[in-house]
Design a protein around this ligand. Structure first.
Ligand code: ASP
Length: 437
């Protein structure tokens, strides 16, 4: 059995957290491929090492003095080295980084040093080898991940009984350091799980797992026991903050389950992310896996008699939207009407021109525009097979005194989306949570 275990920034924010990570690794020999983030925040107003590094790079590029943020980085790493009682050559490494920043090193290189130093510290503390991500994670000339090259380069890792690899970065073909987007150590963990053929990808963080709804809105929301990759994508698309989106693909293809665990409470059950087929009935307490929503949408409803018989009406509407660089979020229709739900971000400054084009090119009888709409997705694979799902949702909303402005169910019926007035957003989420979770 082999597991890849990725530890996020809050799991490595100080010496005490490093010790928890060491205890978690000591508890299970299978945790062989260890991926680390840079030290994160120790308390709410603290600064992440990666943010400080980006600040150093920006200041240096403007020819400014970067000693302020650099000193904070220095203190953090030396402090951890001291707390752990190890000697990981932190001073020497930090001096070298300072020189490179001053000499104009790229922002990607500078940002990557947080993960690099974190891995050095953990490997010294555990007394296990470290492999630099630049030797394993390969990007192509265009800066996209080259999974085939990565698989070849990383093959040797399979034979190691334990190894620490920094997350977040890799190297371009010419050897230059390239980072993933923010939060990208999740991707490194997923890639290493895939490359090493690990059976499980553990993602260690500071929460007990994924909540079935935003706890700021539903304080009693439970932790999901298991969720499928597809369900998770729907939920994260609708605003639930979960793993880095790109971290799902490498493990999904390899059918490697992800186990989200809490470094501060390792005995908790966590949340499993699995493929659809592995999702068992008993994984679900309620009908839905979870609920997520987003504010900031506008609905445009066009009415015209016998609209459904007019060939190409929807197509022409889509063409108009496309001309304005807008893609609809959803497009439910009736016999005499057609609605498009648009993201406010996409239509900013374009509404007048859009309205004009719709009026002149499609000549609808009426055009109604409703702004300040929130969309709420109720996601769950089993919902397709349950009769009366929509009725249950409407009843829940009605009982809370909320009217649904729009409803849309995807053909795969894994999710049911309702649009409500923004002012009803939180109440609607609470009502749906209690009806479905
Ligand atoms: N340290 C990087 C960031 O803050 C990458 C990560 O933690 O995953 O974005």
């Amino acid at each position: 059995m082999a597991k890849a275990a990725k530890f996020g920034g809050s799991s490595l924010s100080d010496g005490g957290q490093f010790k928890k990570v060491a205890a978690i690794l000591a508890a299970d020999e299978a945790r062989r491929f260890v991926v680390v983030s840079a030290p994160g925040k120790r308390f709410a107003s603290d600064e992440k090492i990666t943010d400080l590094l980006y600040r150093c790079a920006a200041l240096a590029q403007e020819g400014g003095d970067f000693s302020g943020p650099f000193e904070k980085i220095w203190d953090r790493f030396l402090g951890i080295e001291r707390e752990l009682g190890v000697f990981a050559h932190m001073e020497e490494a930090l001096n070298d980084i300072r020189q490179r920043i001053a000499a104009g090193a790229s922002a990607d290189f500078v940002a990557s040093r947080g993960e690099y130093l974190s891995a050095r510290l953990l490997s010294a503390y555990l007394n296990v080898p470290m492999v630099d991500a630049a030797e394993v994670i390969a990007f192509d000339e265009k800066g996209a991940l080259d999974l085939t090259a990565t698989e070849q380069k990383g093959r040797f890792l399979k034979d190691m009984s334990r190894v620490v690899v920094p997350g977040f970065y890799g190297a371009l073909p010419d050897g230059q350091i390239r980072t993933f987007s923010r939060g990208g150590s999740d991707i490194t963990g997923a890639i290493l799980a895939r490359v090493t053929g690990a059976e499980v990808y553990e993602n260690w963080t500071d929460v007990d797992g994924f909540m079935m709804a935003d706890p700021r809105i539903v304080p009693e929301a439970r932790i999901m026991h298991a969720v499928s990759y597809g369900e998770l994508r729907e939920l994260s698309y609708m605003g639930a903050s979960v793993l880095h989106e790109e971290s799902i693909f490498p493990v999904k293809e390899g059918r490697i389950p992800i186990h989200v665990c809490n470094t501060n409470r390792p005995e908790g059950a966590g949340t499993w992310i699995v493929n659809e087929g592995a999702l068992l009935h008993e994984h679900r307490q309620g009908l839905a896996a979870g609920i997520a929503g987003r504010r900031g949408f506008t609905m445009i409803t066009l009415t015209k008699d016998n609209l459904h018989k007019q060939k190409g009406f929807a197509l022409r509407l889509l063409q108009i939207l496309d001309r304005h660089g807008i893609g609809p979020e959803s497009m439910p229709s009736g016999i005499d009407n057609l609605t498009v739900v648009l993201n406010d971000r996409d239509i900013r400054g374009k509404m007048d021109a859009l309205y004009h084009d719709i009026r002149t090119e499609l000549a609808p009888d009426t055009v109604e525009i409703a702004s300040s709409i929130a969309l709420i997705a109720t996601v769950g694979r089993g919902m397709a097979r349950s009769a009366g799902v929509a009725a249950r949702l409407f009843t829940a909303l009605q009982q809370a005194g909320i009217s649904a402005r729009i409803i849309d169910q995807s053909p795969k019926e894994m999710n049911l989306i309702v649009g409500v007035d923004q002012r009803d957003f939180e109440n609607a989420i609470r009502a749906i949570y209690h009806a479905f979770c």
